[in-house]
Design a protein around this ligand. Structure first.
Ligand code: SF4
Length: 420
C-alpha cells in the first residue's frame, strides 16, 4: 500500500484540513506513515499567519525536497503559504510536485482526483482512532483585521450547510470520537439558511454519542448572550470560551479594525461569567502593533490582569505583506516589541499558575485522551474547561469521562486522583 507522511503547521483548521486530505487519500489506498524518508508521498500543510511560521515551513519543505532527489517520492505543499505563493513555490523550491492553496480545500476531492484516481476496492485505513477531533463549520473570513493575512489566503466567509456538518460528526462518532471542536475563523458569524451559530450548536448537541463540544474561534464583536446561554444550557458544552482580545487600548483596537472597545470586551467577560461562573476564558494578544505607545501597552496589561485569562497565545507584531497594517509606519523597534512581549508573558504566566493552583482540591470531569508516552499508568485528559490533567491510574482507557479530584498543580498541568 502507498504511504503518506503529513507535516502540519499552524492552527486547528490546518489539522482538520490535513485530516480531510488524509481521508481522501485513504480512499485511494494510502496508509499513514510516521517516517517521511520511506513514504511515497509527503504532504506539508503550511501556515502564513506569521513570517516565522513561513520560514519554518519553507526550511522543512526544502529538507524534504533535498532528501527526495533521485527517489520516486511525491512532495505536496498545501495550506495558507501554498495559497499565498501559489506556483512560485515550485520555482522557489525545486522538487515540490503539487501546490494546493487553502482556497482549494473547498474542492479538494476534485484536485486529488485529477492527480490520483480513486481506488474503490481499497478500504479506508486510518492511522489511529482519536477520541477528539475537529470539524470545520466555516471557511474564510470577512473581517480584515489590519494585521491578518487570513482573509487574503482563505477567502470570503462561507458557512458549511448543517447536513454536511451533521454527516461529518456522525462519521467521526462512528470511529470512536467523543469530543468535537467546531472550527472557523469566526464561528460566531455562522449563518446558513437561517441557522445561526447558537442554533447550530444546539442542534449538534442532540446527536447521540457526541459527548463534548468545543468551538473556536469566537470574535468578540459577534459573541452574543444567545450563544453563551446555549453553551450554558447543556453539560455537553465545554466551559471554555476562546475570545481573542488582541489589545487593551481603544485606539489600537480601532487601528486593528477589530470592531469593539475595551469596555465592550470587559462587558462580554462579565456576561460569560454570569452564565458560566467557572468558565475558562482564553485569548490571543498582539503587542507592538504599529504606533502602540507604552501607555497603550500598559492598558493591555491591565486588561489581562483584570480579566484573568486561563491561558493566552501572545505574539509580537510582524508585518504581513498585503495587509493594511503592512503599510503603517512602524515606530516600535524589534527590541521594544520583544520587551513588551516578555513582560506580558510574565504577567499571564503568573495568572495561569495561580488559576491552576486555585483548582487544586476541586472535583473535575475529565475526558481521557490517551496514555502519557512511556508511562503505563499515567493518563492524559482535559477537564470541561481547557486545563490539562494527568491521572495516575489503571483500568482506564481513552474516551472515558471520569470524575477526578485535582491534588496538585505543576504550573500548567493538574495532577488528579480518580473519584468515580
Ligand atoms: S477575525 Fe481578524 S484575526 Fe481572525 S481570521 Fe479574520 S481577519 Fe484574521
Amino acid at each position: 500500500m502507498p504511504s503518506v507522511y503529513f507535516q502540519t503547521f499552524g492552527c486547528q483548521m490546518n489539522v482538520a484540513d490535513s485530516d480531510t486530505i488524509y481521508q481522501l487519500l485513504s480512499q485511494r489506498g494510502f496508509v499513514i506513515s510516521d517516517c517521511p524518508d520511506s513514504s511515497d508521498l509527503v504532504v506539508v500543510n503550511t501556515c502564513s499567519v506569521r513570517e516565522a511560521a513561513e520560514k519554518r515551513a519553507k526550511s522543512r519543505i526544502t529538507e524534504f525536497a533535498n532528501k527526495k532527489k533521485g527517489r520516486n517520492q511525491q512532495l505536496w505543499v498545501t495550506g495558507c503559504m501554498a495559497e499565498r505563493l501559489g506556483g512560485r513555490l515550485k520555482e522557489l523550491i525545486k522538487g515540490v510536485d503539487l501546490v494546493i492553496g487553502a482556497k482549494q480545500m473547498e474542492r479538494i476531492g476534485e484536485v486529488i482526483d485529477s492527480v490520483l484516481p480513486q481506488n474503490e476496492s481499497s478500504p479506508a485505513v486510518f492511522g489511529k482512532s482519536p477520541v477528539t477531533d475537529f470539524v470545520p463549520v466555516m471557511r474564510g473570513c470577512d473581517n480584515y483585521c489590519a494585521y491578518c493575512i487570513v482573509p487574503y489566503v482563505r477567502g470570503r466567509e462561507q458557512s458549511v450547510p448543517y447536513e454536511l456538518i451533521e454527516a461529518d460528526v456522525k462519521e467521526k462518532i462512528s470511529r470512536g470520537v467523543k469530543e468535537i471542536t467546531f472550527l472557523g475563523q469566526n464561528v460566531n458569524s455562522y449563518n446558513n439558511e437561517g441557522i445561526d451559530f447558537p442554533d447550530l450548536l444546539l442542534r449538534l448537541s442532540a446527536i447521540d454519542g457526541l459527548e463534548r463540544i468545543r468551538f473556536t474561534t469566537s470574535h468578540p464583536k459577534d459573541c452574543t448572550e444567545k450563544l453563551i446561554e446555549a453553551v450554558s444550557s447543556s453539560n455537553k458544552f465545554a466551559s471554555h470560551i476562546h475570545l481573542p482580545v488582541q489589545a487593551g487600548s481603544d485606539r489600537v483596537l480601532t487601528l486593528m479594525n477589530r470592531g469593539y472597545t475595551s469596555a465592550r470586551y470587559r462587558g462580554l467577560i462579565e456576561m460569560i461569567r454570569k452564565h458560566i461562573p467557572k468558565a475558562d476564558i482564553t485569548s490571543d494578544i498582539l503587542v507592538g502593533f504599529p504606533t502602540e505607545s507604552d501607555k497603550e501597552f500598559k492598558e493591555t496589561l491591565s486588561l489581562v490582569r483584570d480579566v484573568r485569562f486561563t491561558t493566552a497565545f501572545m505574539f509580537a507584531y510582524s508585518p504581513r505583506e498585503g495587509t493594511t497594517a503592512a503599510s503603517m509606519t512602524e515606530e516600535i523597534s524589534g527590541e521594544q516589541k520583544q520587551e513588551r512581549l516578555a513582560e506580558l508573558i510574565a504577567v499571564q504566566t503568573g495568572i495561569t499558575r495561580s488559576i491552576y493552583k486555585e483548582s487544586v482540591g476541586e472535583e473535575l470531569e475529565i475526558l481521557i485522551s490517551g496514555r502519557q508516552e512511556k508511562r503505563t499508568a499515567a493518563w492524559m485528559g482535559q477537564d470541561r474547561g481547557c486545563k490539562r490533567v494527568l491521572l495516575s491510574c489503571t483500568s482506564v482507557e481513552a474516551g472515558m469521562i471520569l470524575k477526578v479530584r485535582a491534588v496538585e498543580s505543576s504550573g500548567m498541568t493538574l495532577l488528579a486522583e480518580r473519584i468515580l
